[in-house]
Design a protein around this ligand. Structure first.
Ligand code: R5P
Length: 292
């Protein structure tokens, strides 16, 4: 791979990756026509192996322009076109829960697999799929944020108690906590609606004097963390540090989380956000190097 293209909003990460991989970084010219259609213009890509850096939060706005860009790259003679999508969208609908529902994860995977030769992402939210290979027909590499999260907690939090969002996260929080010799727990969570979450935190009293660290792979509505902060306060625990991999922060989520009173919020730089504090550049570069 010898050219990185930064999708708008991904310039900082693309520059870091370019520096790390010693690869030039360019930005395609993109704009919207008044009617909403996308205009794109590329530099000279003939014969070059190109990777687009585009995190896929807010995917409905980005996907068609991204597919147009991949197609334009091929038309202009690029030797290869890969995708670095630190956050990969459309994994939630992985089966029909109700008859007639679209299994959008499959459709989305088919669209990206038709446009790109390879894909690198960070901690995709796989639920009922065991791997991306079940739905993506291209080469994929998955980067894990746990080692960098563990290192960040170790240098920033005194006597941490790592708390995962639900029982399914147990293996993940165990890995983070194990890497730094910290105890861990998982929330018992009931989600009644997108913004209606209730949690309990079993047996937390056995770790007095620890700082709770709420660690989650995705912060979307923020309601999981807000509910956990409220519960910790009821249990007279210290305000927690909130750590997330993917800082989606849908709509008012960031304000709601800040208002809940965490000690600090730190996210990985998979989605550009003011809370980014955990740098995954090296891990992503290693993921890219596995494929190209
Ligand atoms: C659930 O499976 C995930 O790990 C997160 O806990 C969830 O996506 C967080 O969502 P929200 O921020 O909307 O509560």
């Amino acid at each position: 791979m010898n050219l990185l293209l930064a999708w708008p909003g991904n310039e900082t990460l693309a520059q870091k990756l370019g520096h790390f991989l010693s690869v030039p970084v360019e930005s395609p010219v993109t704009r919207r026509f008044p009617d909403g259609e996308t205009y794109l213009r590329l530099g000279d890509v003939r014969g070059r192996d190109v990777a687009i850096v585009a995190s896929l939060d807010r995917p409905d706005d980005k996907t068609l322009p991204l597919l147009l860009l991949a197609d334009a790259l091929r038309a202009e003679g690029a030797a290869g076109v890969g995708l670095v999508a630190p956050y990969l969208a459309y994994l939630r609908q992985d089966r029909q829960f109700l008859s007639g529902e679209a299994v959008t994860s499959r459709t989305f995977a088919r669209l990206l697999s038709g446009a790109f030769q390879w894909l690198v992402t960070v901690d995709p939210h796989l639920h009922r799929y065991h791997s991306l290979g079940e739905i993506y027909s291209i080469d994929t590499a998955v980067v894990h944020a746990a080692p960098e999260i563990a290192a960040w907690i170790k240098s920033n939090v005194e006597r941490p108690l790592v708390i995962g969002p639900d029982s399914e996260s147990e293996q993940w929080v165990r890995e983070i906590a194990g890497a730094i010799g910290a105890p861990y727990a998982t929330l018992e969570k009931t989600r009644r609606g997108d913004r209606d979450v209730e949690v309990s935190i079993p047996h937390i009293e056995q770790w007095p004097g620890h700082t709770p660290v709420l660690a989650d792979d995705i912060v979307s509505t923020g309601r999981t963390m807000v509910a956990a902060i409220g519960r910790l306060a009821e249990l007279k625990q210290p305000a927690p540090v909130c750590v997330g991999v993917h800082a989606i922060f849908a709509q008012d989520a960031w304000q709601a989380l800040v208002a809940a009173g965490p000690a600090r919020i730190a996210t990985c730089n998979t989605i550009a956000h003011p809370t980014n504090a955990i740098d995954l550049t090296a891990a992503l570069a290693a993921g890219i190097r596995k494929l190209v």
